[in-house]
Design a binder for this molecule. Structure first.
Ligand SMILES: Cc1ncc(C[n+]2csc(CCOP(=O)(O)OP(=O)(O)O)c2C)c(N)n1
Length: 381
């Protein structure tokens, strides 16, 4: 008799049947981007909201054109335009309650302005002035973030902290398609889902990360599908349909507010202008593609819907345009005034307690400025 025979036949205990911890099916995005305009869903949309969205889109487009013009006049260092993406920008701002927080990227000036930030202060970073330019606490808008996707973990941290404190706060964080390749995107989504933080991620898939098209950025079925891997719902929406973006984001914000955790929303849109005024988009894409998207313009889509339903007439369209012109004229006038800056401000707000190294630099600059003022004084005498 062998040892095995003496001990009895070896019968391994089968492992417990494996099943996913969360059913992935409800998390999956729809196959097609959600649309409202031109569909039966439009009849259910609130007319007041649609008119408000329209007015904001028209203003937003004009703001983009004016800011781009200011770069050509040397009044603004750089401007990443959101022409063609206004529906996402405006909807993101309008879905939030006063106590909520918006976390924008460098491209999201329109969302920041639509949330209530002063149109000139919103351009401070892009003007090359110091610090954020606006008080983030006044309208609960975090600084425009240039390092890609770094605003996302900030949003999760703020949302999670608010939840721990029992505050009714939702954070909405905006990011581009290119930003989804950053580690910060992964870390933010993972933490948000594990903690069930009240945060909504809005990816504006505008087709390009500067010259890199989406096909070179990811092999995922869609960016919204990435949500499933983290355990949160992914939603796909037509980013040029302002009513649809507003509805999807409003659902996600409500879900987060009610304790349902985060959502990843991918809005399919298109960057009609170049990456910034410093970019030449003709080097990596053709006119035909741009024209296809111009035919799916967010303002035109909404205008057609509203006029067809008798909710917008020529006078209302003209009034919206006039408002936009007034905004642009004020922007021009204020941006043409030279800002009064104190170079010593460079050191303010960097640390609550300045480091010895910074203090040394501060003293050095103070001495240089005093010496300069003295020599100017003596030449003028
Ligand atoms: C961490 C980091 N890496 C690289 C850059 C340089 N950069 C600035 S914009 C940009 C493209 C981003 O594309 P996307 O996220 O799709 O946003 P979009 O500009 O299209 O809104 C890159 C690579 C940066 N700002 N931050």
């Amino acid at each position: 008799m062998t040892v095995m025979e003496q001990r009895g036949a070896y019968r391994p205990t089968p492992p417990p049947a494996w099943r996913p911890r969360t059913d992935p099916a409800p998390l999956l995005p729809d196959a097609e981007p959600y649309r409202v305009l031109g569909t039966e869903a439009a009849a259910k949309a609130d007319p007041e909201l649609l008119r408000r969205l329209y007015a904001e889109l028209v203003k937003g487009r004009r703001y983009n054109a004016q800011a781009t013009a200011l770069t050509k006049q040397g009044r603004l260092a750089v401007y990443p335009s959101t022409t063609g993406q206004e529906a996402c920008e405006v909807a993101a701002a309008l879905v939030l309650k006063e106590q909520d927080w918006l976390f924008p990227s460098y491209r999201d000036t329109l969302a920041v302005v639509a949330r209530g930030v002063d149109p000139v202060e919103a351009l401070t970073l892009l003007r090359g002035d110091w610090h954020t330019g606006y008080d983030p606490y006044e309208h609960r808008v975090a600084p425009l973030c240039t390092p890609l996707a770094t605003q996302l973990p900030h949003a999760v941290g703020l949302a999670h902290a608010a939840r721990l404190k029992g505050d009714d706060v939702v954070a909405l964080a905006m990011v581009g398609d290119g930003g989804t390749s950053e580690g910060d995107f992964h870390e933010a989504l993972n933490f948000a889902a594990v903690w069930q933080a009240p945060v909504v991620f809005l990816v504006q898939n505008n087709g390009f990360a500067i010259s890199v098209p989406l096909a070179k950025q990811t092999a995922a079925p869609s960016l919204a599908h990435k949500a499933v891997g983290y355990g949160m719902p992914g939603r796909l929406v037509d980013g040029n349909d302002a009513a649809a973006v507003h509805e999807v984001l409003a659902d996600a914000v409500r879900h987060a507010r009610e304790g349902g955790g985060p959502t990843l929303v991918e809005a399919i849109t298109y960057r009609v202008d170049a990456h910034t005024n410093a970019d030449d988009a003709t080097r990596y894409r053709g006119d035909a593609e741009v024209e296809t998207w111009r035919a799916h313009d967010p303002i035109q889509l909404l205008e057609r819907e509203l006029t067809a339903r008798g909710m917008l007439d020529e006078a209302a369209i003209e009034a919206a345009r006039q408002d936009a012109e007034t905004l642009a004229a004020a922007l021009r006038e204020r941006m043409n005034q030279d800002p009064v800056l104190d170079p010593m401000d460079l050191f303010t707000h960097v640390y609550a307690e300045p480091t010895p190294h910074l203090r040394e630099q501060q003293e050095q600059l103070r001495a240089e400025l005093e010496a300069e003022a003295e020599s100017e004084g003596s030449t003028h005498r």
